[in-house]
Write a protein that binds this ligand. Structure first.
Ligand SMILES: Cc1ncc(COP(=O)(O)O)c(C=O)c1O
Length: 430
């Protein structure tokens, strides 16, 4: 095993069941540390484990948050007790009305991540990265973000008594910018795309200024990405320890998709769920669909694009996990598809009108993609399906505000209510 970490860092870390980092390209192994690129081939590193003492009973007896899965994560057993936002264990909603509207006969579920502490699934990845930062003595939490991660990092750092420096493209939705700025950390808005922001953060890592910074999705990426497995674990546990036949997941970097798949394979290997076939589907906006384009072209290489979509949370033109998302989708017999901005707004409204769940644009992308996949005959409408709503619609009001509004604006008089509701004054009954 090669060491690419500072020798001082080797003394402290306790990463629970995590044993080492493995290169996803050449399989070289490295000691656990703040390393994210392979010293041999520059491929991305991910966490490998030596699991012990994992059982359904142990998990079920754990806290009502993602920390119930600590025995499957690169975290110390005491991570749950350190100041953090305790995300996870969000609802899995049986969505019969949405299924009917989509012509589905199989059971449909919505995994609704909007109830996380900062209203997106990003609280999961940040919780695991924050724990890793503590193990590695990195005292400033930082990130390159399309908005939700910014919100999650600023809030987690505030709760954890840490400094935060968050970097975003300047054109994000007001809800995400204002919320992030409220936690009191540094918020740097960059004139450029997310990919420019990501490159800037990668360059900053070499600067002495950032010696004690943990960029959650750059130098802490192996740990951060593992947090996404918990969304998959929860779906399995909430279904009574079994896997659904199909899942639809929004794709930006592609890490959520690849890690739900990794989490499910772990559950099968550990005997926690039966080995049943499942198909993984990816959802993108056509204004930023590099993975869907590669899927359609039958390519292994994901060619970067310049994003132009209302789905800003998914606007990553050069997705780090793109090729691995393609692998997972192809291996399981799924697909990646993309939908227009108009379809995204329709997707948001459809989910709201049928299930009472107000999604941000990423959720609109996912619901609209589900509809598209059914129409194209690529997803089986008779099979049990989970669709992921990964964020709250209150963060992206501008996406839907041109399309919705009050039924009428009236004076406070009963007659005006009756008139507005289109009833004759004499005949109007409740
Ligand atoms: C709400 C939401 N859903 C999905 C994603 C996609 O996550 P990933 O980058 O892991 O593909 C993001 C990424 O920022 C997001 O903010």
């Amino acid at each position: 095993m090669t060491s690419v970490v500072d020798p001082d860092l080797r003394l402290a870390p306790d990463f629970g069941p995590a044993s080492h980092l493995t290169c996803r390209e050449c399989s070289a192994t490295f000691e656990l540390g703040a390393a994210y690129a392979c010293a041999e081939c520059f491929g991305p590193l991910e966490v490998s484990y030596r699991f012990t003492d994992v059982s359904r009973a142990r998990i079920e007896a754990g806290p009502p948050s993602l920390w119930r899965y600590s025995c499957l994560l690169p975290v110390a057993s005491y991570a749950a007790d350190e100041p953090n936002l305790h995300p996870g264990l969000t609802r899995l909603v049986r969505a019969d009305s949405l299924a009917r509207a989509l012509g589905m006969t199989g059971t449909l579920w919505v995994k609704d991540e909007s109830a996380n502490p900062t209203h997106s699934f990003k609280d999961r990845v940040v919780a695991v990265a924050q724990s890793a930062a503590r193990r590695l003595g990195l005292t400033t939490l930082s990130c390159a973000s399309t908005g939700n991660l910014a919100h999650a990092v600023a809030a987690a750092a505030a709760r954890g008594g840490q400094r935060s420096v968050v970097v975003i493209p300047a054109d994000l939705e007001a809800g995400k910018v204002v919320a992030t700025a409220s936690y009191g950390g540094q918020l740097l808005a960059v004139e450029g795309t997310y990919d420019d922001v990501n490159r800037l953060c990668s360059e900053l890592i070499g600067d002495p200024l950032t010696d004690d910074w943990g960029f959650v999705n750059v130098n802490l990426r192996p740990y951060y990405a593992e947090g996404s497995k918990t969304l998959g674990y929860e779906i399995a546990e909430q279904l009574g320890w079994r896997l659904p036949s199909q899942v639809v997941i929004p794709v930006a970097s592609g890490a959520l998709l690849t890690k739900v798949d990794k989490g499910w394979r772990e559950l099968v290997e550990l005997g926690l769920v039966a080995d049943s076939p499942y198909r993984v589907f990816g959802a993108q906006a056509s204004g930023c669909s590099p993975v869907a384009q590669a899927f359609d072209a039958g390519a292994d290489v994901v060619r970067p694009v310049r994003p132009d979509t209302i789905a800003k949370s998914l606007a990553i033109g050069n997705p780090a996990d793109g090729p691995y998302a393609l692998d997972a989708v192809r291996r399981t017999g799924g697909a990646v598809a993309a939908v227009s901005d108009e379809e995204i707004v329709e997707g948001i409204r459809l989910l709201a009108e049928t299930e009472g769940i107000f999604a941000e644009t990423a959720g609109g992308v996912t619901v609209a993609t589900l509809r598209r996949l059914i129409a194209d005959g690529r997803l089986d409408p008779a099979a049990e399906t989970v669709v992921c709503n990964t964020g709250d619609g209150l963060k992206t009001l501008e996406a839907v505000s041109p399309a919705v509004g009050p039924t009428a604006t009236i004076r406070p008089q009963v007659a005006e209510v009756v008139a507005a509701l289109g009833r004759a004054q004499s005949g109007g009954t409740a």
